[in-house]
Ligand binder design. Structure first.
Ligand code: AHN
Ligand code: ZN
Length: 337
C-alpha cells in the first residue's frame, strides 16, 4: 500500500516534471512564428482606384509646364479636399537636365495633421515627356500617358484618401497621422536619345526639392512607402536595393502583411534590382526610412511597355490596385492599435 503510493507519487512527479519541461517545446512547435493578427479595415475598391487612374489619363500626358499638368493638379487637389484631407501645395521651380525650368508642385494631403506618429505614403503624379523606350523611333519624342507609370500609384492613394474621408466623417480614423505625398517632376530624367552623360540626379526633381525643403519644418514620419507602377495584372514587387539598404524592417513588415492577406504571388520576398526613385531622396535627404513598391521583373527590368506609348489603361488591373491598396490599409491599421 505504502510502496504503491510512493510509486504513484513518483509516477505523477515524472508526468508533471516532463509536462513542465516539455511545455515550451510543445508551444514552440505548434504555434507558428509570430502570426500577425489581421485587423478590420475599410474595403479597398479596385474599380474605384482604376477610375481614378482613368481620370488622370483623361487629361493626357501630365508633363510639367503644360496645361494638362496644371489641370490635373487642380483635379487632384480638389479630390483630396473633397476626401477631407488638409492639402498643401508645395511649389518649386526645378531645373531639368537640359536647363529647362519646370514649374513643379508637390501635393501633400494629410489626415490628422496634429498627431506626432505619422506614416508617409508617396507616388509621383507627373508623367514622362518622352516615349524614349518606344519601339517606333518616330514616336520617341512624344509624351506618354503614364497610366501605370505615375497614374497607378496616385490612383491607389486617391482611393485610400476616399476611404479615409469616410472614416473621418464617421469619427473612426485609425490613430495614426497619414500624409499622402504626390511628387512632381519624377519622370523628367535624362532621355536615352539625348547626347551626353547620363545623369541619375536628373530624375525625381520634386522629391529632391521636398527632401531639402519639407512641406513643414522638421517634418518627420515613422517611415514612408512609395508606390510606382502598381497597376499591371501581373505585377511583381521585389525588394529593391535602396529599400533594403535604408528601410529593411519596413520591407519585412509590408511584405509579411501582404502575405497574410494572401498576396504573396505579387509581393515576393526576394531582392530584385536597384531603382533610382523618389524614395532614394526621402531616405537620403529627409532621412525617413522609405521603401519602394515597384513592379520589376525577374531578369528583365521594368514592365515591357515602360516609357512607351503602350503605357495606357489596357495595363491597369483593378485587382492589382486592390492588392496594393488593401495591403496599405492593413499596414496603417496595424500601426493604429
Ligand atoms: C530609373 O531607374 C532610371 N528610373 C526609375 C524611376 C522611375 C522612372 N520610375 C518610373 N519612371
Ligand atoms: Zn517613368
Amino acid at each position: 500500500m505504502n510502496r504503491s503510493f510512493i510509486v504513484l507519487i513518483l509516477a505523477l512527479s515524472v508526468v508533471t516534471s516532463t509536462s513542465c519541461t516539455s511545455k515550451p517545446k510543445t508551444a514552440a512547435s505548434t504555434t507558428p512564428p509570430l502570426t500577425l493578427e489581421l485587423r478590420p479595415t475599410p474595403e479597398f475598391r479596385g474599380d474605384s482606384a482604376r477610375s481614378f487612374v482613368q481620370a488622370q489619363v483623361a487629361f493626357g500626358p501630365r508633363v510639367p509646364n503644360t496645361r494638362a499638368h496644371q489641370a490635373c493638379k487642380d483635379y487632384l487637389v480638389g479630390q483630396f479636399e473633397r476626401f477631407g484631407a488638409s492639402v498643401i501645395q508645395q511649389q518649386a521651380n526645378v531645373r531639368a537636365f537640359d536647363g529647362t525650368i519646370l514649374k513643379a508642385t508637390n501635393i501633400v494631403a494629410s489626415y490628422q495633421p496634429d498627431l506626432d506618429k505619422r506614416i508617409l505614403l508617396c507616388a509621383h503624379w507627373d508623367s514622362r515627356p518622352w516615349a524614349d523606350q518606344d519601339p517606333d523611333p518616330k514616336k520617341r519624342q512624344e509624351p506618354i500617358l503614364g497610366a501605370n507609370d505615375g497614374g497607378s500609384g496616385v490612383g491607389v492613394l486617391m482611393e485610400l484618401a476616399r476611404l479615409l474621408g469616410v472614416e473621418a466623417a464617421n469619427n473612426r480614423l485609425p490613430n495614426v497621422g497619414i500624409d499622402i505625398l504626390l511628387f512632381d517632376a519624377e519622370d523628367y530624367g535624362y532621355p536615352s536619345f539625348y547626347p551626353g552623360r547620363e545623369d541619375m540626379e536628373s530624375w525625381c526633381l520634386g522629391a529632391q526639392y521636398w527632401g531639402k525643403n519639407p512641406h513643414k519644418v522638421g517634418y518627420k514620419a515613422r517611415y514612408g512607402i512609395l508606390l510606382d507602377m502598381v497597376g499591371d495584372p501581373e505585377a511583381t514587387f521585389y525588394w529593391d536595393y535602396y529599400s533594403v539598404r535604408y528601410a529593411s524592417p519596413v520591407l519585412e513588415n509590408v511584405w509579411s502583411i501582404a502575405a497574410a492577406l494572401g498576396h504573396a504571388s505579387h509581393f515576393i520576398k526576394k531582392e530584385g534590382m536597384s531603382v533610382m526613385d523618389d524614395h532614394y531622396y526621402v531616405n537620403t535627404l529627409a532621412r525617413i526610412p522609405c521603401i519602394d513598391i515597384i513592379d520589376t521583373r525577374e531578369d528583365s527590368g521594368f514592365v515591357p511597355y515602360w516609357h512607351t506609348h503602350r503605357d495606357d489603361m489596357r495595363n491597369i488591373s483593378a485587382s492589382t490596385l486592390a492588392v496594393v491598396g488593401q495591403t496599405l490599409l492593413q499596414v496603417l491599421y496595424q500601426e493604429a492599435q
